[in-house]
Design a protein around this ligand. Sequence first.
Ligand SMILES: *[C@@H]1O[C@H](CO)[C@@H](O)[C@H](O)[C@H]1NC(C)=O
Ligand SMILES: *[C@@H]1O[C@H](CO)[C@@H](O)[C@H](O)[C@H]1NC(C)=O
Ligand SMILES: *[C@@H]1O[C@H](CO)[C@@H](O)[C@H](O)[C@H]1NC(C)=O
Ligand SMILES: *[C@@H]1O[C@H](CO)[C@@H](O)[C@H](O)[C@H]1NC(C)=O
Ligand SMILES: *[C@@H]1O[C@H](CO)[C@@H](O)[C@H](O)[C@H]1NC(C)=O
Ligand SMILES: *[C@@H]1O[C@H](CO)[C@@H](O)[C@H](O)[C@H]1NC(C)=O
Ligand SMILES: *[C@@H]1O[C@H](CO)[C@@H](O)[C@H](O)[C@H]1NC(C)=O
Ligand SMILES: *[C@@H]1O[C@H](CO)[C@@H](O)[C@H](O)[C@H]1NC(C)=O
Ligand SMILES: *[C@@H]1O[C@H](CO)[C@@H](O)[C@H](O)[C@H]1NC(C)=O
Ligand SMILES: *[C@@H]1O[C@H](CO)[C@@H](O)[C@H](O)[C@H]1NC(C)=O
Ligand SMILES: *[C@@H]1O[C@H](CO)[C@@H](O)[C@H](O)[C@H]1NC(C)=O
Ligand SMILES: *[C@@H]1O[C@H](CO)[C@@H](O)[C@H](O)[C@H]1NC(C)=O
Length: 377
Amino acid sequence: MHLRRALVLGLAGLVAAQSGTPDLITALQSQNSSLSLLIGINTTGLSSQLSQLSNVTLLAPSNTAITKILNSPMAGELSQPGILQLALSYHILNGTYYASNFTNNTPMFIPTHLTNSSFSLVTGSQRVEILAQNGNVTAYSALRLPSNFVTTNVNFTGGTIHIIDSLLTVPTNVSYTLRASNLTAAVGAVQAAGLNTTLDTTRNLTIFAPSNDAFNAVGSIFNNISMQTLAQGLEYHVYEGLGYSSTLTNTTVKTLSGGSLNITVINGTVFANNAKVTIADILVRNGVVHVIDQVLNPNATGSNPQLSASTTTPAWTSASAGTAGVPFTSGIAAPSTTVPAASTSATSTKSNPAMAVKTGAVGAAALFGGAAVMMNL
Ligand SMILES: *[C@@H]1O[C@H](CO)[C@@H](O)[C@H](O)[C@H]1NC(C)=O
Ligand SMILES: *[C@@H]1O[C@H](CO)[C@@H](O)[C@H](O)[C@H]1NC(C)=O
Ligand SMILES: *[C@@H]1O[C@H](CO)[C@@H](O)[C@H](O)[C@H]1NC(C)=O
Ligand SMILES: *[C@@H]1O[C@H](CO)[C@@H](O)[C@H](O)[C@H]1NC(C)=O
Ligand SMILES: *[C@@H]1O[C@H](CO)[C@@H](O)[C@H](O)[C@H]1NC(C)=O
Ligand SMILES: *[C@@H]1O[C@H](CO)[C@@H](O)[C@H](O)[C@H]1NC(C)=O
Ligand SMILES: *[C@@H]1O[C@H](CO)[C@@H](O)[C@H](O)[C@H]1NC(C)=O
Ligand SMILES: *[C@@H]1O[C@H](CO)[C@@H](O)[C@H](O)[C@H]1NC(C)=O
Ligand SMILES: *[C@@H]1O[C@H](CO)[C@@H](O)[C@H](O)[C@H]1NC(C)=O
Ligand SMILES: *[C@@H]1O[C@H](CO)[C@@H](O)[C@H](O)[C@H]1NC(C)=O
Ligand SMILES: *[C@@H]1O[C@H](CO)[C@@H](O)[C@H](O)[C@H]1NC(C)=O
Ligand SMILES: *[C@@H]1O[C@H](CO)[C@@H](O)[C@H](O)[C@H]1NC(C)=O
């Protein structure tokens, strides 16, 4: 295996040691029992990147994390030129965040060194979510796959290192992410409306994606709907701006359709008009997707969201369930494995967005959420 060929080419001798705080390679070697595979990676292509690190937080994949990838279909893809560099750039956070810097129960969305536009169409650089809870810290990357911090605050001259037990998964496009999250009605609707290219390529989007149940509940409104009306309806679910859950406040945003959408935050739970966000913060290359429990109605007024879903006013009072199965799902392939974001039963709040722990079925194989598809690897 390429990655196992232990040669400390790039990492060694990168940064001149200063008194007191060790340089990067010395700091990594101090954790050799859990980082020997990372240290052994042929980092020739990475040395210029790593040698310049300063004021960063490195999320260093443990031997366990790297072994998972080596035993997955991603192993071959990792040996492609540039791929490892791209993947590792997502593991470098801008700024020095010690474990104590992660606010308990409030997810933080921290910019990384991932700026490659195939995977970052957000202002500055792609973000990763970090959540501290009850003394544990977890990073959530694409598809809400979790990486747990197993050792924290290994300091070096350029910042600090936290060791994680799974590699971060690089966010990819909206179409792929919706499909992998089993939001097949949303995928089909977006395609039927001819909006897939817009949603996949427009920078800095926040997308409220109704669940399949939500589409099904109002199936009758899609009977004989025109492509234009459908597109406008879907555009009402999207706005330009980076609305990660913990950065949202009560506000009104202008959606891509031109209509105004009310965002309300009650005790950490986010609402779009009356629709409740059931899974927050699924990262995509051009922003963030939140799953909601209703299809939004661009003509609705007077939103009055309630924490208890049973009292939420439906946006479409005269709609009824479709009679021909979940709308728009015909011909849309569902994912074969459940990814964490596919869970639609969990309720997301600031303090409990971690439905991701449900299953890590695709975790080891998902170094890039969809990169293999996008890059024809
Ligand atoms: C390390 O990578 C460089 C450039 O990618 C390559 O030329 C070299 O053969 C590799 N060395 C090993 C031991 O794989
Ligand atoms: C370190 O990075 C953080 C985040 O980018 C920034 O806010 C801070 O000013 C930087 N500190 C120094 C000393 O450069
Ligand atoms: C981390 O916390 C320390 C102490 O409160 C603070 O000075 C520093 O700015 C914080 N770092 C970041 C990146 O927020
Ligand atoms: C994070 O750091 C990278 C590399 O220095 C930089 O290109 C990017 O703009 C930074 N992101 C933000 C949001 O400052
Ligand atoms: C913290 O993480 C450990 C190891 O993953 C786990 O066993 C423990 O239950 C977690 N604790 C809390 C409070 O979540
Ligand atoms: C790393 O530095 C931080 C901030 O100075 C400190 O709190 C922490 O204890 C240091 N880590 C170790 C292992 O010494
Ligand atoms: C958008 O969807 C259409 C219809 O399914 C498809 O032909 C097209 O390739 C898709 N475009 C992209 C960029 O995926
Ligand atoms: C979106 O990204 C572009 C390019 O980085 C930036 O100019 C623009 O201000 C961003 N828009 C929002 C709403 O953040
Ligand atoms: C937002 O408005 C709701 C009432 O609609 C209120 O309960 C809530 O506290 C407000 N949230 C914030 C963060 O002000
Ligand atoms: C608000 O959230 C906290 C935990 O995050 C919970 O203990 C509390 O009961 C919630 N309050 C309401 C009104 O739901
Ligand atoms: C949004 O909030 C404003 C002010 O509270 C209200 O007048 C309007 O009807 C609301 N819009 C929707 C779609 O609920
Ligand atoms: C996807 O959702 C459908 C319901 O819409 C469900 O029947 C199916 O089991 C889900 N698939 C996965 C892999 O979770």
